[in-house]
Design a protein around this ligand. Sequence first.
Ligand code: 3HC
Length: 284
Amino acid sequence: MEIEAIGVVGAGTMGNGIAQVFAQAGFAVRLVDVATPTLDRARRTIERSLARLVEKGRLAAADRDATLGRLRTTTELDDLSGVDYVVEAIVEELAAKRALFTSLDALLGSEAILASNTSSISITALGAATRRPDRVLGMHFMNPVPVMMLVELIRGQATSDASVGVARGLCAALGKTGVEAADYPGFIANRVLMPMLNEAFYAVMEGVGTPEAIDAVMKGGLHHPMGPLALADFIGLDVCLAILTVMQEGFGDPKYRPCPLLRRMVAAGHLGRKSGRGFYTYEP
Ligand code: 3HC
């Protein structure tokens, strides 16, 4: 299957990175979001990220311009009609994602493949919201998307080998490696990562250490590039809460229960970097 045009739905942290890497790899990208300010912010973020590569001599100015020329932003989902492959990166809520997949199924040609960047939600449930569950799969990028070389590929109950093959080919075109994970809550990355972050939240709540001390131990003592609390702020505390909730409900196992401090911080709107405040504070 020859893929030329890619749709990305949701222009937040992950969506703008996904749009950038596809446009850099030569695909015509249509980036959709309901909010114009989010689209404007996404374009600025992509421009900054590309400018950094030009400054470092890793991207020619002409390639930066060509990349930006391949990127179209829109608030109209209908503008995706005719694309071959869509990556959904909207809010981490099952009902919202299912509604979007049903709309995309009605809008797109029968050959088009629908991928979700979900961190933890069932790909099978998203496939079941369409008439093409064989052409629905998970394509879970890591943040920051332009830097992280790995993509988790998740097969729902009905996902075909052909769809996984197309996704693998796209990963290769992006210069990334696709690794398959089965469709269980949190897949591989968050199954292993979130319990560690949650434990770090409990450690703060119980006064085991300050955020600075906990992060210093994990960075200096275990060679993690970021401490768990800085990383949670980077991912978004609301996203961490949503993922842990999906894991707790999906497995019915109390070991995944989100830390009460995390719930309290999210209730306060302290969502991490994107809101300027989480375990740390950030310049706007
Ligand atoms: N866009 C483009 N390039 C970026 C970037 C961005 N947003 N952020 C950083 N970079 C580049 C920098 O330009 C730099 O490039 P260089 O080495 O060529 O100069 C390189 O990445 C390293 O950046 P910095 O020197 O600014 O800073 P660090 O060395 O601290 O690296 C980091 C930053 C890459 C974010 C590093 O701290 C890191 O790897 N952190 C862990 C990130 C992680 O674990 N991500 C996965 C999160 S889980 C997830 O996404 C799944 C979800 O479902 C929750």
